[in-house]
Design a protein around this ligand. Structure first.
Ligand code: NAD
Length: 339
């Protein structure tokens, strides 16, 4: 376990179990140099405890990088609750998790993530104030979508020479909370939308409401377009798919889009500009962090503008150094985290 922590440069790993509610939870605190660790709480079934711990550690590390480049004065952390097969009382389980967070005295702040909801955050909030994205604070997804939209404009400017999206072809993979909101904004900007989702109902909605062209899920990555926006699951860009892409840039919301770091170099070699995922999708983090601190909506909107500024800065360095934007982003984040 210490080897895993050392490899990820993880500060602390906290575990708890509660036989009364069935809670088995992990909180990974990656780096608190820039502020208390902030990151979502996953509530998922895992094949074994080791994979749950690995997930928490990997995701906490990602949150440190995201927070550092978003400039939100937060560290990176993540929680994983191993979802039991049978839950007698979900509310009681999340309340027990709230008591666990409280023992960390504010070193970790939680939020909604895969499998957890704002209602779960309300249960946590009964026992600690170190929680965001409760029902009163709302879903961060629209803010993530707003940031991705601004990031797509910055990407179009860098790669296509202008940030007017009118008439561009953008392929959106995944029309969930973020992807659909993004597609709405792209449609309003005059973009020709190509869309796919495993859920046919979501695709149908986009066809009817946004005039989108439906594309089969297994064909979307290879569809000719100006910009590809992966907004479904992570790992979509791998050694097999990267050769199929027929776009000028990749800029989307999904976390961990690159199956491995070297895929960024392949994209670079192919002349495809890649918007580092944790930079372009940081709008939700900015929203929850600033909202938790009591900042005004105007201050949040102002801070959101940093996403496109940061991307433009990264693209500038990448072009000057002939390196992938992903490598540049990692180096910038590591300078902030480790000096
Ligand atoms: P979501 O679960 O609401 O939506 C994901 C959608 O993608 C679903 O409709 C699903 O059917 C579809 N999908 C999955 N695999 C697909 C495939 N191969 N082809 C086509 N469609 C596919 O999730 P979300 O909240 O919209 O998040 C989307 C991505 O953005 C995730 O990777 C998430 O980690 C990341 N992200 C989300 C936020 C946020 O604020 N919600 C913030 C940062 C990053």
């Amino acid at each position: 376990m210490f080897a895993t922590m050392e490899a990820a440069r993880l500060e602390a790993l906290h575990l708890t179990q509660d036989p009364v509610t069935g809670l088995k939870a992990i909180i990974a605190i990656h780096n608190t140099r820039l502020g208390p660790a902030l990151g979502g709480c996953r509530y998922l079934v895992y094949p074994d405890e080791q994979s749950a711990i690995r997930d928490a550690v990997r995701l906490a590390q990602g949150m440190s990088y995201k927070a550092a480049l978003a400039g939100v004065a937060q560290g990176g952390g993540k929680a994983v609750i191993i979802r039991p097969v049978h839950v007698a009382n979900r509310g009681a389980l999340f309340e027990a998790f709230g008591r666990f967070i409280e023992t960390l005295n504010g070193r970790y702040i939680t939020a909604v993530d895969s499998g957890s909801s704002s209602a779960d955050m309300d249960c946590i909030a009964q026992h600690t104030q170190h929680v965001t994205s409760t029902t009163s604070e709302g879903d961060p997804s629209p803010h993530t979508a707003m940031g991705v939209f601004a990031g797509i404009r910055a990407t179009a400017l860098a790669r296509l020479g202008g940030d007017d999206l009118q008439g561009l072809r953008v392929a959106v993979q995944g029309l969930g909370h973020v992807g659909y909101a993004l597609a709405e904004q792209l449609h309003a900007a005059g973009v020709e939308l190509l869309v796919s989702d495993l859920d046919r109902g979501r695709v149908q909605l986009a066809v009817e409401q946004l005039g989108a062209h439906p594309v089969a899920s297994d064909a979307l990555l290879a569809t000719p377009c100006d910009i590809l926006a992966p907004c479904g699951l992570g790992g979509v860009l791998n050694s097999e798919t990267v050769g199929q892409l027929r776009c000028s840039a990749v800029a989307g919301a999904a976390n961990n889009q690159l199956a491995s770091a070297d895929i960024a170099d392949t994209l670079q070699a192919r002349g495809i500009l890649y918007a580092p995922d944790y930079v372009i999708n940081s709008g939700g983090l900015i929203y929850v962090a600033l909202r938790h601190r009591g900042e005004s909506p105007a201050a949040i909107t102002t801070h959101m503008a940093r996403i496109s500024q940061r991307l433009t800065e990264i693209y500038g360095h990448a072009q000057a150094d002939k390196r992938s934007p992903a490598r540049v982003a990692d180096a910038l984040a590591e300078r902030l985290l480790y000096g």
